[in-house]
Design a protein around this ligand. Sequence first.
Ligand code: PGA
Length: 238
Amino acid sequence: MLIVGNQKTYLNKNSVLAFINQTKDFKQDGVVICPSYLYIDLFCNNSNFVVGSQNVSENESSSMTGEITAGQLSSMNVKYCIVGHSERREYQREDTTMFVNKIKCLIKCNIIPIFCVGEQKIDKENNLTKDIVGKQILEVLSNFAGNDIKNIVIAYEPVWAIGTGLVPTNEEIIDVVNYIKDLISDKFGINLLVLYGGSVNKKNISLLNQISSIDGYLIGGASTKVDEFLYIVSECSK
Ligand code: PGA
């Protein structure tokens, strides 16, 4: 099980220090925290969490003012990086070409990309979830050879579930996760890990955990609250 906390821009330095202090005895494989770039060093040096990044530059050049490259992340001991998150698709207008470039840079630096896909509410209402998710996946993965694809993790995050408290039914999640796994295995002959993300919290984790085909979770808001995050981790370890 892979549990990834995406702390987004929720925390400032003092709250990050408090989070690290309150989790200093925590040690468990497969639990990743993706802090803001600013706090990657703090997590790497003062906590036992595996550290991921929320973003990376799509260029590996050494003259990209204001960017952070995969090589730089790797030099900080970052092991994972989120790519294609719906907030970057929407607010930073990131697209498939950028996701492909970012994933290429990450793979070159041995950082595992966590590639996010998911439908909007309107797509779901029009029964287009699988069409949208399938297109998002194939447009990106078809740029890679099998050897590279096997290093990618997929996160299924319905856009309407992110930060809203709304979660699909277990049956709906099973349907999409199985579709993603079958699609990738049919096209590329590879079995990838598929995470679920979108309003995972302490109230719904035990129900979600009944889904055996989910390989883990991408957790936003709930990953910024120590008690809630550790509760979710302990539920996932059962
Ligand atoms: P949420 O965010 O858990 O707060 O819904 C998930 C995400 O954006 O990855």
